[in-house]
Unconditional design. Structure first.
Length: 311
């Protein structure tokens, strides 16, 4: 059985010996390491829905996951005046289907968006025999329940900011990463590659994402034959890997990237971030322009295409 099929089976069927026959909330409470999540659900009056509603798939941050948040951030969420914001965060952890993550036909290394009760989407990525949600690792534990399931998360998911409506009540045009790149006029090859790899829609989604974006001149350095070869259907897997090596989950500024020294990409490998001769570099590529803002993330323009290890 392939890893993706194993994943689907784990997410769609309860464990025969260990799955308790109780609602999601009772099971979370009984597990012992979800006290913070349970308390927050009770405080926001969402507990009743997880007792009787559903079916749902709950992305459940453990107490350790909440402990990774800055104390001030959690304290701010617990303020009475921020109750709606806290509720939005919690609803971002609930997918309104028991088998919401059924990706039995999923391709390893590819991203799959799923809508949450918050209204925004999370992105699930199959990675070998494991998977991530918005880049946050799961611990592979899913407990099947009569009204759904829950999946253990190693981090807390933060929903993207909602866009404002225009004065005539029509939704404002979103300045997503592909839209910003198209307006710039110097990323035609990158946009064509994203379209061929079926990744343009992902980067047009909620995100947030950080993209190291090679210019047309950067792609030209590879040579026309190399670019043409990458765009061929039979080389799609390699193209996807190369493009994902240019994308980081979350919004990471140039200053944050430089301070971290490395950044884990959606491809799975990490890029090295350094300052060389006063210039920010990503691996061996120089950053031409940094912190180009988009509604769903940020773009750092680079002068050479990044190549993931093994490609």
């Amino acid at each position: 059985m392939t890893p993706s099929l194993l994943l689907a089976a784990a997410l769609s069927a309860p464990a025969a010996d260990t799955a308790p026959k109780a609602d999601i909330l009772a099971s979370l409470a009984g597990a012992g390491n979800y006290k913070t999540l349970v308390n927050l659900l009770v405080a926001t009056d969402l507990a009743d829905a997880l007792k009787a509603g559903g079916p749902y798939t709950v992305l459940a941050p453990s107490d350790e996951a909440f402990g990774k948040l800055p104390k001030k951030a959690l304290a701010d969420l617990l303020r009475p005046e921020n109750r709606d914001q806290l509720k939005a965060v919690l609803l971002y952890h609930v997918v309104p289907k028991k088998n919401g993550f059924n990706v039995s036909n999923g391709e390893p290394g590819r991203d799959y968006p799923f809508a949450t009760l918050n209204g925004a989407k999370v992105v699930v990525r199959v990675d070998g025999d494991a998977f991530t949600v918005n880049g946050v690792r799961t611990r592979g534990q899913t407990v099947g329940l009569p009204n759904g399931a829950f999946v253990a998360l190693d981090g807390v998911l933060l929903p993207p900011a909602k866009g404002e409506a225009t004065s005539d009540a029509e939704p404002a045009a979103r300045n997503t990463i592909p839209a910003v790149a198209k307006k710039a006029g110097m990323f035609k090859t990158l946009l064509a590659a994203l379209s061929a790899a079926e990744l343009a829609e992902v980067l047009d989604g909620d995100g947030p994402f950080t993209v190291f974006a090679p210019t047309d001149e950067a792609f030209a350095k590879l040579g026309g034959d190399t670019v043409k070869s990458l765009l061929k259907p039979e080389n799609r897997r390699r193209l996807v890997a190369v493009l994902k090596y240019h994308v980081v989950a979350g919004k990471v500024s140039a200053q944050q990237a430089a301070a971290a020294g490395t950044a884990r990409t959606l491809q799975g490998g990490a890029v090295k971030v350094t300052i060389k001769d006063g210039r920010l570099t990503i691996n061996q590529s120089g950053v031409v322009k940094s912190d180009v803002a988009a509604d769903n993330g940020v773009i750092h323009v680079i002068d050479a295409v990044l190549t993931p290890p093994g490609h």
